[in-house]
Design a protein around this ligand. Structure first.
Ligand SMILES: Nc1ncnc2c1ncn2[C@@H]1O[C@H](COP(=O)(O)OP(=O)(O)O)[C@@H](O)[C@H]1O
Ligand SMILES: Cc1cn([C@H]2C[C@H](O)[C@@H](COP(=O)(O)O)O2)c(=O)[nH]c1=O
Length: 223
């Protein structure tokens, strides 16, 4: 199986193998989760999968959080400039209404980028896959800059068909990077930005970075 493809079989609720090839067999939906730190290629992977689904004749739509205004308002944009038109919404529950019932019913595949910003992620994914038979592919940060769970991305894992955690390159040594380090002193969880605020790092450089940040803020408080 080529990377970026999903397995073509899954177990049905009797434990036997049910084949699917994107044909909507048994109206069974699916959920696929793409995780990782910033700059790991999550949006790139999401776009690749959406384009494959679209070229297979399936009707697709992508949603991103309207909080993410970094590169474009109505497009999903990767850090290296690839773009795809999308619905920029404050929450997922407004998607069906914005799109209209008819268009929603005809949709086969829903992509969600910046999934960590949607509070209603779990309910939306479960309803779309279990009830409406949609294939949902979501990309998001599993952890924030302090490596705490981010939003409800991790809550979706028990209802997902597949989960993939990508890595970036550590900006400080070139090894695989699984974490995101914030370079600036802000402490709010949600802080929209790119390489001016964040770098991808390996475990060692994450720990070094946290230590040096703590030391500098201690120095700042004392001065
Ligand atoms: N430190 C970095 N700063 C800016 N761009 C980067 C950095 N590291 C990797 N990239 C670029 O970002 C691309 C991945 O972008 P994207 O798919 O938007 O990642 P993600 O959605 O995981 O943040 C990589 O293919 C690479 O070209
Ligand atoms: C680590 C971290 C990130 N964010 C923000 C910064 C960006 O706007 C997005 C992540 O975008 P990407 O497509 O994964 O590069 O999330 C945040 O708000 N808080 C954090 O701790």
């Amino acid at each position: 199986m080529a990377s970026g493809e999903f397995p073509s079989v899954s177990l049905n609720d009797r434990g036997t193998v049910a084949h699917w090839a994107g044909s909507g067999c048994c109206n069974s939906g699916e959920i696929h989760v793409i995780l990782g730190p910033m700059f790991a290629g999550k949006t790139t992977a999401l776009l690749r999968r959406i384009k494959i689904e679209s070229s297979n004749g399936r009707k697709v739509a992508i949603i991103k959080s309207s909080k993410d205004t970094r590169y474009a308002i109505d497009s999903v944009v990767t850090h290296d400039g690839a773009m795809y038109p999308c619905w920029a919404l404050p929450d997922l529950s407004s998607f069906r209404q914005e799109l209209g019932d008819d268009a929603y019913d005809k949709l086969d595949v829903i992509g969600i980028d910046e999934a960590q910003f949607f509070e209603d992620l779990y309910d939306f994914c479960r309803e779309a896959a279990d009830h409406d038979g949609k294939t949902v592919i979501l990309a998001g940060l599993d952890g924030d800059y302090l490596r705490r769970r981010f939003g409800s991305v991790l809550d979706v894992i028990p209802i997902a068909n597949t989960v993939m955690k990508l890595t970036a390159r550590c900006q400080l040594c070139g090894k695989k990077a699984s974490f995101t380090l914030r370079k600036t002193p802000e402490t709010e969880t949600e802080l929209i930005g790119g390489s001016e605020i964040y770098i991808p790092v390996c475990r060692q450089h994450y720990l070094n970075g946290q230590t040096s940040q703590a030391a500098s803020s201690y120095g700042y408080l004392r001065s």
